[in-house]
Structure formats: structure tokens, C-alpha cells
Design a protein around this ligand. Structure first.
Ligand code: CA
Ligand code: CA
Ligand code: CA
Length: 325
């Protein structure tokens, strides 16, 4: 009822009509007050509404947190997602499936000792029958064999040239046996004095490459083919001296040619009895001469021997080498 207004009360009339005409704001205000006994139902509904609101708010909060947790998960996945791809790719790059299938196919057969073939997995220790023991590397400079009288000729050479292995100067002319030999003199002292005039040596003449060289009478001389580019002088012990003619079309000086063939190799100078100058390798077993567009190589090949029987004989042959152009 509006403030300040008074309505006359008539007998017989019921006042509740006026109560129902009370403005809503007052009714609502009254509901809020929990003092009225009849107003308990309104407070309960309010409480329910409040509870519902709280529940709704809680549910909303839970839903929010849940949604947020869901939205946070994808945010963390982009980083690891690259790792996921790597993990996925790793098995793709490794073909473990094919390996077991190929392994039995690729297994080599076990080596058989005694089949004459040195197979993989065999060596001279596990199967000497198939794998011979490797030869020891030869020393850089092989020693000469026994030289009893120490005159420079080995006992083998003393026999070869009919000199005394117990006498350094067989003919007593004050020149040792080896000195006479390398200077192409007869060391036995029996006339004639020049060794090529005795039966101790023979002379090989190469008509194609125009050279001549002495060699011991008991040795054999043989060209490998009709070209006579390569000639062997073989001893009775298997060692041999070889003369090979190489081309030198650019006509390099001998030393340039030699160092091009063996860069950094040591050498010494040597000259023949006829005055031809050459180069000798540091081990003394190879001598080189140059003439025109040719290189003449004289080599002492010892084969499988570990000591030299004919080093002075080789030097005698080199000293006798002569070009006959
Ligand atoms: Ca001797
Ligand atoms: Ca002697
Ligand atoms: Ca002598």
C-alpha cells in the first residue's frame, strides 16, 4: 500500500482483498524476509535456487577447468608432435624386416682346409696347407755370400773365374782378384791379360739395340723374344743379370728420367770401361745408361736368395757394357 494513504475500513468487507492488491515489489520484499511463518516455502525455493545457482556455477567451473585442461593438451602436443614424427620415421628408415630374410642367404660357406685355396678366414697359421707362410721382406741391401780371402770375390765367383778362394791376389801381380776382374783384366795371371781374350767370359752382342756385354762362360744368354729388347744372363744358381731397353722418346737426361721413375731415390754415378756414364741405384743392383731415345737398364736379380753370390761379376758385366752405334 502506498505510503501516506489511508483507506476507510468498512464493516463486512474483507481486508484480504486489499492485501492481494499490494504491489509486487512489496510482496517480493516480504518473501525475502524469513520471519513470516507462512513464508517458509518461499525461503526454501530461494535456497533451492541459490543451491542450483551454486551447483550451476560449480558445474560451470568444473566444465571450464575441464575444457581448459583439454585445450592445454593440444597446446603441448605441437612440440612433441615433431618428435612423434621422428619416432614414426625411425622405424621406416630401418628395414629390420629384410635383414632376417637375407642373413641366411649371405652366410659364406665355411673354408675347407686342404682344398688348395687360401680362402677368407684361413691363414698360414690356421691352414698352412692352403696358405703358405709369407716370405720375410728382403733387406734393403743384401749381403754378399762367403768371401774366404776377403778379396771382393765370393767363393762362388772364385770358382767361376778359376781364382784361388784362399788367395786375394791369385797371380801375385799386386792387384787383387776382384780389382782385376772389374777392370776387365785376367785375375789368374795367365796370358792374355785382357779377360775378353780368355775363356773366362763370352761377349753378347745385341744387333738391334747396338750394345755388347761380357758374361761368364758358364752362364746362358737368352733374349726373351725376337725383339731382343730384354735379354737374360742366367747363372747356374738361378740368379741372373738382365738387360732391358726402355724408350726415352722425349730424350730426357738420364738423371731426370731416373728420378721420374723413382722419385727421391738415392743413386751414385758409375762409368764403364769404355767411358759411358750412368747411374747406379743405392742397393747396387740396378744400373742405367742413356743414349739417344733409349734407356739401357742392367739389373742383378737374386730371385729368392737372401745373399749375393755375383755382385762383383755383375759389376764386371756393367763395366764391360759398350754401345756400338
Ligand atoms: Ca775371394
Ligand atoms: Ca782370391
Ligand atoms: Ca792379381
Amino acid at each position: 500500500m502506498p505510503n501516506g494513504e489511508q483507506k476507510p475500513i468498512n464493516i463486512g468487507e474483507e481486508p484480504p482483498v486489499e492485501i492481494k492488491a499490494m504491489p509486487e515489489q512489496f510482496f517480493f520484499k516480504k518473501v525475502k524476509l524469513p520471519k513470516e511463518g507462512g513464508g517458509g516455502g518461499g525461503s526454501k525455493s530461494t535456497l533451492i535456487i541459490v543451491m542450483a545457482i551454486i551447483v550451476v556455477v560449480l558445474l560451470a567451473g568444473v566444465a571450464y577447468l575441464f575444457t581448459r585442461s583439454l585445450t592445454n593438451k593440444p597446446q603441448t602436443t605441437p612440440g612433441p608432435s615433431t618428435n612423434v614424427n621422428k619416432v614414426v620415421n625411425a622405424p621406416v628408415n630401418t628395414p629390420p624386416v629384410n635383414v632376417p630374410a637375407n642373413v641366411p642367404v649371405n652366410i659364406p660357406p665355411a673354408p675347407i682346409c686342404g682344398d688348395g685355396v687360401c680362402e677368407s678366414g684361413e691363414n698360414s697359421v690356421t691352414c698352412l696347407a692352403d696358405c703358405p707362410a709369407p716370405l720375410p721382406p728382403p733387406p734393403a741391401v743384401l749381403p754378399s755370400s762367403l768371401d774366404t780371402d776377403n778379396d771382393g770375390l765370393t767363393d762362388v765367383e772364385e770358382s767361376l773365374f778359376n781364382t784361388d778362394k784362399n788367395n786375394a791376389d791369385t797371380d801375385g801381380d799386386s792387384y787383387s782378384d776382384s780389382l782385376e776382374l772389374v777392370n776387365l783384366y785376367n785375375p789368374t795371371g795367365v796370358a792374355p791379360q785382357k779377360i775378353e781374350e780368355t775363356d773366362l767370359v763370352k761377349i753378347y752382342s745385341n744387333q738391334i739395340f747396338k750394345y755388347s756385354i761380357f758374361y761368364p762362360t758358364s752362364w746362358s744368354a737368352r733374349a726373351l723374344d725376337a725383339t731382343e729388347r730384354e735379354v737374360l744372363f742366367t747363372s747356374t744358381t738361378g740368379e741372373f743379370v738382365q738387360v732391358i731397353v726402355d724408350d726415352n722418346l722425349s730424350r730426357q737426361p738420364l738423371l731426370d728420367w731416373y728420378l721420374a721413375e723413382a722419385p727421391g731415390a738415392e743413386y751414385s754415378n758409375i762409368s764403364t770401361k769404355s767411358g759411358l756414364s750412368g747411374i747406379q741405384s743405392s742397393d747396387g743392383l740396378n744400373v742405367y745408361f742413356a743414349s739417344g731415345d733409349k734407356i739401357y737398364v742392367i739389373s742383378y736379380n737374386v730371385g729368392i736368395k737372401t745373399e749375393l753370390n755375383y755382385k762383383t761379376t755383375f759389376l764386371m758385366m756393367v763395366k764391360s757394357f759398350k754401345l756400338s752405334l
